[in-house]
Design a binder for this molecule. Structure first.
Ligand SMILES: Nc1ncnc2c1ncn2[C@@H]1O[C@H](COP(=O)(O)OP(=O)(O)OP(=O)(O)O)[C@@H](O)[C@H]1O
Ligand SMILES: [Mg+2]
Length: 445
């Protein structure tokens, strides 16, 4: 993409309404525009990152064997009357009537709808296990939408639902989700810690929230500092293996890590004092086993091998796809702007032409652009007739991890400059070497 042909409405001023850095930077970098409280348009740069995050979520869900579907945002109230949640859900649910006076709602979540799909087609234990998921917009009429996409009213969520014959099978699905979430967040350059959370009125311990530590997080968390040393890394895992998934769960959940809802001072005090931490965190996902709550209420049953009709065991598992943009920026920025992790960056590499209109500089930039594109990368070439300082400021603000700077003086010596956004370090090298290095970095992801 050439910047002169792109739509990147960066703001010079810091918007007054934004209280936290990720919100400020998303507005300043021209990623989102608020259309009404908690509802945003995704401008090209923001949309690109959103799609990259979605892509990682899709890949990791499918790696775990989960099957993508897409359900509508508008749902019939009757389904929710079956589960009893139409009355219970309260003011967060946006209720709508169509022209015939039928009660509809904009889905805040999809347990009812997916259970209805399941019961319409699946009758036998032989069709289990099954996990269906989607990435779809949700609406929750939050009391206090704030912090930009962190707490929106309309937001994008990956929501997945497992259907299993027994509680043990459903717990395997739970563990599988935990493992796949660890991989998902790490690919985005994030450390998200599974923490024991409150299961609400349903009871039981079988729910974990994934939290990214950040001062601006809305959740209060307590943990054993050893937990931040754990890394999933690039280990191979067989998602069908009950033992392997269980072992990962134990590794990542055996140390103390809880949100304030389940925090227990007495248990926490058993952790050696120098390892006790209290901090704030951003909830970027949650996994949940809830048994037969919906399958019983809505008649989602299968015939088992003894010809008995039994309700399936279910769980639901969410990732805050749009919230993740905010969480990543909270975790990765400096006073100049965003620093995108390579896994989600909107463009792989920026090209800055210090002297637009100079024949040699223009040709060198065009050639770099071609080489990067031919290697399957997506560069952003700042080809505007702007001062160098302004070009650097834009690149720093939008946070591309790598930048190649091209100017007549360097070209005389046969070099361009390759700069790492994170460390600020620059290195002079031949254009081909710069391309090779950038290509290599992305190949190793
Ligand atoms: N209003 C929102 N704006 C953006 N993302 C959200 C919002 N509410 C929930 N999410 C994201 O969707 C994920 C799954 O939804 P879930 O039902 O677990 O949310 P929740 O526990 O109600 O969230 P919260 O406690 O933050 O209100 C959450 O982990 C979070 O990352
Ligand atoms: Mg939650």
């Amino acid at each position: 993409m050439r910047l002169s042909r792109y739509f990147l409405p960066v703001l010079k001023e810091t918007p007054a309404e934004a209280q936290i850095v990720s919100h400020r930077l998303m507005l300043r970098a021209g990623m989102i525009k608020q259309s009404s409280a908690g509802i945003y348009s995704w401008l090209p740069l923001g949309y690109k990152v959103l799609r990259n995050i979605e892509q990682i979520v899709h890949e990791e869900q499918q790696r775990a064997g989960h099957v993508p579907v897409l359900m509508p945002t508008l749902q019939s109230a009757d389904l929710w009357r079956e589960s009893g949640r139409y009355e219970d859900y309260g003011e967060e649910m946006l209720r709508i009537q169509d022209r015939h006076g039928r009660d509809m709602l904009y889905g805040p979540t999809n347990e009812e709808m997916i259970t209805d799909i399941f019961r319409s087609y699946v009758n036998s234990y032989k069709d289990l296990p099954l996990t269906l998921y989607q990435i779809q917009w949700k609406f929750r009429d939050e009391r206090r939408p704030r912090f930009g996409v962190m707490r929106g009213r309309e937001f994008l969520m990956k929501d997945g639902y497992n259907f299993d014959l027994t509680k043990e099978d459903a717990m395997h699905a739970y563990n599988r989700h935990l493992v796949s979430y660890l991989r998902t967040y790490e690919r985005m350059g994030l450390q998200a810690i599974p923490m024991r959370a409150d299961s609400g009125p349903i009871g039981g311990d079988d729910t974990h929230e994934f939290l990214v530590l950040a001062e601006t997080g809305e959740s209060e968390v307590f943990y054993d500092s050893q937990i931040t040393d754990l890394k999933f890394g690039d280990r191979e895992i067989d998602y069908d293996s009950v033992e392997q998934c269980q072992a990962v769960l134990e590794e990542f959940t055996s140390r103390y890590a809880r949100t304030d809802e389940t925090h227990d001072e007495a248990v926490f005090n058993e952790v050696p004092e120098e390892r006790r931490r209290s901090a704030r965190g951003i909830e970027v996902g949650q996994i949940f086993y809830f048994g037969t709550k919906y399958s019983e209420a809505m008649g989602a049953t299968v015939i088992n091998d003894k010809q008995e009709q039994i309700p399936v065991h279910m769980g639901s598992h969410g990732i805050g796809v749009s919230r993740l943009l905010g969480a990543i920026i909270e975790a990765s920025h400096d006073d100049k702007g965003i620093i995108w992790p390579e896994g989600v960056t909107p463009f792989h590499c920026g090209i800055v032409n210090l002297k637009q209109g100079d024949e040699e500089a223009d040709a060198a930039c065009d050639s770099l652009y071609q080489q990067l594109t031919n290697a399957g990368l997506d560069p952003l070439y700042d080809d505007r007739k702007e001062r160098a300082g302004a070009k650097f400021a834009t690149m720093d603000l939008i946070g591309l991890p790598w930048r190649i700077t091209v100017g007549p003086r360097g070209l005389k010596n046969g070099v361009v400059e390759l700069t790492c956004r994170k460390t600020g370090e620059s290195e002079e090298m031949a254009p081909e070497a710069a391309v090779a290095k950038v290509v290599e970095i992305y190949k190793s992801l």
